[in-house]
Write a protein that binds this ligand. Structure first.
Ligand code: PHE
Length: 367
């Protein structure tokens, strides 16, 4: 290991030799540096202010030099310092490169290993059917309207011609928000029992003519069983214009049922009652399983009941009269269907609860 010699001879030849030996040592030690820690040791050995080799040269060579030689020694020592500094920084570059290569080496990953496959999600069968229904009507020029699930008593019932205490309210077991006894009945909040309040909202938003479908979630205080769920989905439809007749309603729904269930199904309109339509009807289609002969699915009747509909009751137009709905000038129809029921019929599902249990084995069948 190199140590700084005392100089006795200050002749140029002797200085040359001493400088040569020192630089050779610096180069050799620099070349041997591998890694950051070794470089730090090397740097301190040569450049530390206290007792580094360059400091020692200052003391042993320059300060000790006799007067006449000082100038010559000073010039060489300065040159030496620059050269040693160059070795130190060159060694730093090389060794930090070596360190990062070593790090990369230790962090090497095997990119040929197979990755972790994440399975793609898919549309839930209920949402899938809902979208299908909506797109059938969109193709006929209907746009989409939406409304909140928390609704006022007024929009869910009164504006739709269910007067307070009317027995028709009993057919839709309603979940009310608690603690509203102080409010007037029409302002009380409830979970909408059907998507029909969206009819009223749409007509308040847009003067006639109007064609909208309103898909969404509805709530009824029903006990869950194979065909009932307290939360389910409906698609409501509304068309209002001049000269809309029951024929338009029949043609529209006949076309929609054929699009959803196949072009050979037949439809029939069975008298029914809803407070907001007059006349009202239930739409039935020929059983797509037995073709109308009678089977378990259609309870041997050959017909399956699918949805409610009717011509808008003039009393409903009264609640939106201010927006141009004058029952003497316009007419319209509405219809509403349960999405779960249609999905169950389409796919032969016998328990509505399967939709809400999140069992992947069930859901996978619809991907
Ligand atoms: N809102 C009715 C229900 O939930 C369905 C319906 C909608 C009937 C529109 C006629 C017209 O039972």
């Amino acid at each position: 290991m190199y140590t700084v010699p005392q100089l006795e001879d200050y002749s140029p030849a002797a200085l040359d030799k001493a400088v040569h030996e020192l630089l050779a040592a610096a180069r050799q030690e620099a070349d041997a540096v591998a890694g950051e820690n070794e470089w730090k040791v090397f740097r301190d050995r040569w450049m530390a202010r206290k007792n580094g080799i360059l400091t020692q040269i200052n003391d042993l060579w320059l300060k000790a030099a006799p007067g006449p030689a000082k100038r010559e020694v000073g010039a060489r020592v300065n040159q030496l310092k620059t050269q040693v500094e160059e070795h130190v920084s060159a060694a730093q570059q090389r060794s930090s490169g070596a360190t990062s290569i070593a790090r990369l080496e230790s962090e090497r990953i095997d990119i040929t290993l197979p990755g972790i496959a994440r399975e793609l999600g898919a549309e839930h069968p209920v949402i899938k059917t809902m979208n299908e229904i909506v797109s059938v009507f969109r193709a006929m020029g209907y746009s989409i309207a939406e409304g909140p699930e928390i609704e006022t008593d007024y929009l869910n019932f009164e504006a739709l011609n269910f007067p307070p205490n009317h027995p028709a309210r009993d057919t839709q077991d309603t979940i009310f928000i608690a603690g509203q006894e102080k409010k007037k009945q029409r302002d009380r909040l409830l979970l909408r029992t059907h998507t029909s309040p969206v009819q009223i909202r749409a007509m308040l938003n847009q003067p006639p003519p109007i064609r909208v479908v309103a898909p969404g979630k509805v709530h009824r205080a029903d006990t869950a069983d194979a065909t009932h769920s307290p939360i389910f989905h409906q698609v409501e439809g509304l068309a209002v214009d001049t000269n809309i007749t029951f024929c338009d309603l029949k043609g529209t729904l006949d076309h929609a049922m054929k699009s959803l269930f196949g072009s050979d199904v037949k439809t029939r309109f069975y008298p029914s009652f809803f407070p907001f339509t007059e006349p009202s009807a239930d739409v039935q289609i020929t059983c797509f399983k037995c073709g109308g002969k009678g089977c378990r699915l259609c309870k041997m009747s050959g017909w399956i009941e699918l949805l409610g509909c009717g011509m808008i009751d003039p009393n409903v137009f009264k609640s939106v009269e201010s927006n141009g709905y004058d029952a003497r000038k316009i007419s319209g129809f509405a219809f509403g269907m349960g999405v779960e029921r249609i999905t169950m019929l389409k796919y032969g599902i016998d328990d509505i609860q399967l939709f809400y249990q999140g069992d992947v084995r069930f859901l996978q069948q619809f991907t």
